[in-house]
Design a protein around this ligand. Structure first.
Ligand code: NAD
Ligand code: UDP
Length: 348
């Protein structure tokens, strides 16, 4: 029996509700349904506007806490978005990243198996590993998952995510769905280094920061790697398609991506420079040229990369009727506009 969005007796637990995806999902659940939300995070800065909402109960707590896990699993639907997912940390803090992406979600999965909750777990497209430049479309149930050597600690995150997927799929009685995001982008993504976060954020926030500060965009290893960037609003629509699908999404892993939006990182830099120049009314030539940097020099020892990550989206289309819609330039403009406004106080 599909969940009804107008059923005010439903409560969904959103773990990591203060994060980039979580904050958008929280807004969408409150706007599109009559449900209540049990929101857990250690950081609420993105969702200040929701903290007094009468349909929400928020818990400022760590998923590492066993009592918190038991409280979350009491709800019938649990969306788990909590994770350390900042690439610069995969090298410097591999054990912490692994605990965050395996130990904590595995404990939550066991609790959900005991309680009967439906666990919607956010994994990553990085489980496809060190994909080469000529790799074909990545299929959830057919593609090889190949990682680099242990010395390439970049893969600490992906290895832990994959182990969690295997654990979830093997747990007796668990009602589960795994989501593999392909580079979601949009407003509120990550942070501006030195202002509201430390380290190296993902590429959208890094390029936006450089543009706002008038610095060169850094192309890691020449910017040859390709990604398919996906609007976070499409990602939220995917979750709604899943939630309204009854049992069709159970015991499945889904790629969530937009194959129409595939670009190299060098091309992404080019598009973002052009959009930024237009938004600010500046001549393109006035912006600094991008600069090529070495991957290990930029991120730290043990950095490695996937050179192409093109999702097959047939499964989400066939089982859930979902297909991502938002074109790349639309989401880039929306994100840059937001970034410029949000960080105007911290541009220098
Ligand atoms: P995010 O970092 O913005 O959000 C994660 C949230 O989880 C943060 O608010 C953080 O404070 C919280 N959190 C982390 N550890 C916690 C803990 N132990 N206890 C309680 N809260 C904790 O990341 P996001 O982009 O919103 O990603 C959400 C999920 O999707 C993650 O699992 C991530 O690995 C996965 N994912 C996202 C993308 C993407 O494109 N955004 C790509 C691949 C995978
Ligand atoms: N990248 C880059 N410059 C930056 C940040 C990232 O060239 O300032 C590259 C990175 O090496 C990778 C791609 O952009 O090839 C996407 O990186 P991101 O950290 O956003 O996510 P990933 O898909 O690698 O998890």
């Amino acid at each position: 029996m599909p969940l009804q969005f107008n059923d005010a007796s439903v409560t969904v637990a959103i773990v990591g509700c203060g994060g980039f995806i979580g904050s958008h999902l929280l807004d969408a659940v409150l706007c599109r349904t009559k449900w209540r939300v049990f929101g857990v995070d250690v950081d609420f800065y993105r969702i200040q506007h929701r903290l007094n909402d009468e349909r929400c109960e928020f818990l400022n707590a760590d998923l590492a806490d066993a009592d918190v896990v038991e409280r979350i699993a009491k709800y019938p639907v649990v969306v788990n978005l909590a994770a350390i997912c900042i690439p610069s940390r995969y090298m410097a803090e591999a054990p912490t990243v692994i605990r965050s992406n395996y130990d904590h979600p595995a404990a939550l999965a066991e609790a959900c198996a005991r309680s009967g909750a439906w666990l919607i777990h956010f994994s990553t497209s990085e489980v496809y590993g060190r994909t080469p430049a000529d790799s074909a479309e990545l299929e959830e149930d057919a593609s090889e998952l190949v990682f680099g050597p242990v010395s390439s600690s970049r893969w600490s995150y992906a290895t832990a995510k994959l182990l969690t997927e295997r654990f979830i799929a093997g747990l007796d009685g668990l009602r589960w769905t795994v989501v593999r995001p392909f580079n979601f982008v949009g407003p509120y993504m990550d942070f501006m280094p030195g202002v509201d976060g430390e380290g190296i954020p993902r590429v959208l926030a890094n390029f936006s920061t450089a543009l706002v500060r008038g610095e060169p965009l850094k192309l890691v290893n020449g910017g040859k790697a390709c990604r398919t960037f996906t609007s976070v609003f499409d990602a939220v629509d995917f979750v709604f398609a899943l939630l309204s699908s009854g049992d069709k999404g159970l015991s499945q892993a889904f790629n969530v991506g937009n194959p129409q939006n595939e670009v190299s990182i060098a091309e992404l830099a080019d598009r973002m420079r052009r959009i930024y120049a237009r938004l600010k009314g500046l001549p393109l030539e006035s912006l600094p040229e991008p600069e090529v940097v070495d991957g290990e020099a930029f991120y730290g020892r043990g950095y490695d990369d996937s050179l192409r990550r093109l999702p097959s989206v047939k499964k989400a289309e066939n089982l859930l009727g979902f297909r991502a819609q938002v074109p790349l330039d639309v989401v880039l403009e929306e994100s840059l506009n937001w970034f410029i406004g949000h960080y105007s106080y911290a541009a220098d």
